[in-house]
Unconditional design. Structure first.
Length: 482
């Protein structure tokens, strides 16, 4: 069983990631913002360095939390999300305005830690399932072969006269004897050769055949847990609570062989993993590698000078303080320490400034990086350079309908120019403006794609101006539509 001190799996992932390598990986998805990338790269590398220290000093090294300052749509969230994905670290994004001090409507501040642990459990559980999936598939194939050969699922053949456990328990609870199973005719046909069935099954020849399988079902119930900031709902598995007092609920379903494969593989994989081990490893990963991204910090900055809807802003800051400083939060999986969780806060800080935060909270975010607003040249790079660029996404989507989209360099430059122009006229939402511009630009193609296929469409500056003419010319229309 993995103990909470066992972090070898995460350390192995980090060893080859130097700060330079981390920045290079982030460059594949995020354009510019080098100062922010360098800051998060160093923070991540320091985690690996900390693990190599002696025990007497390791716990004294705390993460250097980061405060990102910049307008919306410049990549703050994406940098944090890609960083977590790069090292398979649990990650959650929360908005500071959703939390509140006691007495005001909102979520308990501790909920961000519980969300992080849930994300960590899902991540570790999925890794364990993938590790045993090959064995689970073999077991599932054997169960499907039994069903195809008429051997039954979870009960002896008709000659034995037995029912499934679920049917027998139902009969006992209803105080009635189980109905007898009628014996089949004596001259039953011989079952097909098992190896021949296996070959056809693996080849997918039997995927559409209907078979009957036995499926286990867990019963869930939700118990309200009252916390300091209100009521949090935590789902608890009734089967886990009652242990072995009752057998699992089982029922028989008629499904296709293809569907049976999916159901039975998942069922067999669940049986093979140890949830206690998953929980222990997940808590350890959340504590040592977790990243919590707190957005809209500028919305809770400022000292209260009166009463009103903003009176709880400083209260939210004081609620965040013990979590960021390091405390123990109770979750349904056990206590979780926040001492070494990396917190990345972000905000535009247009009307407020970081110094408006309470001094104690300012001190817990020693690293501050400014992210620059995006211009026309940045938009061109965003449309072409990242692996998941919008140009590639839309071209791939239209290709499924037999429509080939070709973007000329001049056409891409025109899209970037229009996006920058609309940002200047209206609210500057950064790179998110490209989504609205691209959707409007290709609206007609997306609607007509299935009717005009096959087709080849070239996006030139003239095509962009034609499709976006009303947006370019009418400032008020752009305000309402984009």
């Amino acid at each position: 069983m993995t103990t909470r001190g066992d972090t070898a799996n995460v350390t192995t992932t980090l060893q080859d990631l130097t700060p330079r390598r981390i920045v290079e990986e982030l460059d594949k998805y995020i354009v510019g913002q080098n100062a922010a990338k360098r800051a998060v790269a160093v923070a991540l590398r320091n985690r690996m360095r900390r693990r190599q220290l002696d025990d007497d000093i390791r716990d004294e090294v705390i993460p250097k939390n980061i405060l990102m300052i910049g307008p919306t749509g410049v990549g703050k969230t994406e940098i944090a999300r890609r960083l977590a994905k790069l090292v398979k670290a649990p990650f959650v994004k929360v908005e500071a305005t959703k939390f509140t001090e006691v007495g005001y409507v909102g979520r308990d501040v501790d909920a961000m830690v519980r969300d992080l642990v849930e994300a960590s459990v899902r991540m570790v559980r999925e890794e364990k399932v993938q590790a045993v999936r090959e064995r689970a598939e073999r077991r599932a194939i054997e169960r499907i072969l039994n069903a195809l050969q008429g051997r039954g699922e979870g009960r002896p053949g008709p000659a034995g006269g037995f029912h499934s456990i679920g049917e027998t328990m139902a009969a006992i609870l209803q105080q009635r004897p189980p109905e007898p199973v009628e014996a089949e005719e004596e001259h039953r046909p011989e079952p097909p050769d098992r190896e021949e069935l296996r070959r056809r099954l693996l080849a997918g020849e039997l995927d559409k055949r209907i078979i009957e399988i036995e499926v286990e079902e867990s019963r869930f119930m939700t118990i309200p847990i009252f916390g300091s900031g209100g009521m949090e709902e935590m789902g608890m598995n009734l089967q886990d609570m009652l242990g072995g007092m009752f057998p699992k609920q089982r029922r028989r379903r008629s499904v296709t062989v293809a569907e049976a494969k999916r159901i039975l593989v998942d069922q067999e994989a669940e049986r093979m993993i140890d949830m206690d081990q998953v929980t222990g490893e997940a808590i350890d990963r959340a504590e040592q590698s977790g990243i919590i991204f707190v957005d809209e910090m500028d919305k809770i900055a400022g000292r209260e000078r009166g009463v009103g809807p903003d009176v709880s802003r400083e209260g939210v800051q004081r609620g965040l303080l013990p979590i960021v400083e390091g405390s123990t939060v109770m979750t349904k999986y056990g206590p979780v320490r926040t001492d070494h969780i990396l917190f990345i806060a972000a905000g535009a800080f247009h009307t407020t400034k970081p110094s408006d935060l309470i001094p104690e909270l300012q001190g817990r975010f020693p690293l501050r990086v400014n992210l620059s607003a995006l211009g026309e040249e940045d938009f061109v790079r965003i449309l072409t350079e990242p692996r998941n660029s919008l140009i590639r996404q839309y071209a791939a989507l239209m290709a499924t309908e037999g429509v080939e989209l070709e973007f000329t360099p001049e056409g891409i430059a025109e899209i970037a120019r229009v996006a920058a122009q609309v940002n200047e006229r209206t609210e500057n939402i950064g790179a998110r403006r490209l989504h609205t511009i691209m959707e409007r630009l290709l609206e007609e193609v997306s609607f007509e794609a299935s009717d005009i296929s096959p087709a080849h469409i070239t996006v030139t500056p003239e095509y962009v101006r034609q499709q976006l003419a009303d947006v370019i010319q009418d400032q008020d229309l752009a305000r309402y539509i984009l």
